[in-house]
Write a protein that binds this ligand. Structure first.
Ligand code: GTP
Length: 359
């Protein structure tokens, strides 16, 4: 059994890959913490520290449950929140009764918080932890030791915080790079299946209907041939800006091929998507690109139908786009619905605007 994410998923979906790595981190952290802490239960029991022994048993039980839940259900037991609380309480209490022998555990506990909690929560928890440890050290050790402990623990937390913050930033940046197209900033195909599937689930569970629009520039090859690839790139960027201007925040714009774009429209019926597709084509053909390059585009519209998979949904839209090209371009074609679905608005192709096909 693959614990966290299949190799296929990790290769194609960066967001799931990151989630998989986070789960592995939590998993390994709990395993090694369990191995390190379990023998201490006996040691503390033999020393007559029954309360600490009980706290350590709780810690081990929680670690075992997190490991089991991750293995069997791929979810965090109690969202992994018990580890930090128990680690901090055990370390502080152990220091107060065992002196230096307990203090050593404060360092790994403080660092572990940054791996298990969201950054802000980890910072707050660590500030509280260092403060508690400072009070315990003040009461327990000579003044010189109190300063050493407080500063060395505080510095360890600071280093761990900087490291966790940078890793978080790096992870966000890598996810962004892996999920977007560098030229236009649109989403790329990596999350296409997931986003279409989530719309399908909304349709199946709550009857909430989404549509998708495919848009493909007409005769784009001619732009490259006449004005060069750089001009072609600038046209694609400007086209993205024009499309974005007309879309809502909740709509998702993908670049799924060279000059082919896809818009996923949540909570949108085919009729409204068709209206939007006409407006998008008009925004492309109404004004020339880079001052003198006139362009048109063809589009297709497909509302998600009950029981279909994302690839069937996309194929219907693809077929309709092919029809729009075959019928002369610069028009919107509504995708045919599967034969078992009642027809709402599927209709014949309609001209997008009067603008003649480009160049
Ligand atoms: N400048 C630029 N061109 C690209 C990019 N990606 C793909 N293309 C070009 O887009 C063109 C697509 O050509 P075709 O598939 O024949 O499509 P078309 O010329 O638009 O013709 P129809 O779609 O049939 O109207 C090719 O010349 C590709 O080289 C890109 O990122 N930048």
């Amino acid at each position: 059994m693959n614990l966290f994410a299949s190799p296929d998923t990790m290769a194609t979906n960066p967001t799931l890959a990151v989630l998989g790595f986070k789960r592995q981190l939590v998993y390994h952290l709990h395993i090694w913490a369990f191995i390190a802490v379990a023998p201490l239960v006996m040691v503390q029991w033999q020393h007559g520290n029954f309360l600490l022994s009980a706290l350590l048993i709780l810690f081990c039980v929680n670690a075992a449950l997190v490991i089991l839940f991750l293995r069997l259900r791929s979810v965090y037991f109690l969202k992994g929140r018990l580890f930090p609380i128990l680690a901090v309480v055990c370390a502080a209490y152990s220091t107060s009764i065992n002196g230096h022998a307990g203090l050593y555990w404060a360092y790994p506990a403080a660092i572990a918080l940054f791996f298990l909690l969201p950054l802000k929560e980890a910072i707050v928890c660590n500030i509280i932890f260092v403060s508690v440890m400072a009070v315990v050290s003040f009461l327990q050790f000579p003044e010189a030791d109190f300063w050493r402990i407080t500063f060395s623990l505080g510095l360890s937390c600071l280093f761990a915080m900087i490291f966790a913050w940078l890793v978080g930033r790096l992870q966000q940046e890598l996810t962004r790079l892996a999920t977007t197209d560098p030229l236009t900033g649109c989403l790329n195909r990596s999350q296409l299946a997931d986003i279409l599937n989530s719309q399908i689930q909304l349709r199946e569970r709550y009857e909430r209907v989404s549509s998708l629009v495919l848009i493909d520039l007409d005769y784009f090859k001619t732009i490259n041939d006449r004005w060069g690839h750089l001009a072609g790139d600038r046209v694609l960027k400007e086209m993205t800006i024009r499309l974005r201007k007309r879309l809502r925040e909740s709509d998702q714009l993908f670049r799924i091929g060279g000059e082919e774009f896809m818009v996923v429209l949540p909570e949108t019926r085919q009729k409204d998507a068709d209206t939007l597709a006409h407006q998008l084509l008009t925004s492309i053909s109404a004004r020339p690109f880079l001052d003198d390059i006139k362009l048109t585009a063809s589009a297709s519209v497909a509302e998600v139908c009950r029981g279909e998979t994302w690839s069937v949904w996309l194929n219907r839209a693809d077929q309709a786009l092919y029809d729009a090209k075959a019928k002369g371009r610069n028009q919107v074609v509504n995708a045919a619905r599967p034969s078992n679905e009642p027809a709402h608005t599927a209709g014949p192709s309609t001209p997008a605007s009067d603008t003649s096909a480009a160049i």
